[in-house]
Design a protein around this ligand. Sequence first.
Ligand code: MG
Length: 176
Amino acid sequence: MKSSLSARLAEAINNQINAELWSAYLYLSMSMDQEAKGNKGIANWFFIQFQEEQDHVRIFMNYLNSRGCEVKLLPIAEVKTEWESPLAAFEDTLAHEQKVTALINNLMNIAQEDKDYASISMLNWFVDEQVEEEENARDIIDVLDKISDNKFGLYSYDRELAARVYTTPSPLATAE
Ligand code: MG
């Protein structure tokens, strides 16, 4: 199949697939760490985050395939396995999502330089998604900050985060 994307953009999206896989791995690690500490609701929240990152991978892979580009999977780097508190895990989450936002913005810059309108349209979903990702992390940090080391507060909030459910993102829901 002949690619209809610039080589530079195709490579940058291929690298983004690796970044999203690393994100998935990071959140799975956070989920397992919280599980080990008995915070099942927070573990659930991170597990859903892990699922969402795999969706991001699929969206980018589907896109490269639809533009006639080959996906080349790269090694996934090691992740941290333990956080000193739920707050520390969410602070790392926010910092990580801010980095991902910068990566998405960089992809958008390349797509705009290429005047590749299809890629701009695909990336718009990720631009909006990143606003939500950062907001979610910030909101949870605010609550955990208030709870501080109040054990009952953490117990109650953990039960609240247990209610988070997975939903298929719109780019995948319409593709099937
Ligand atoms: Mg992502």
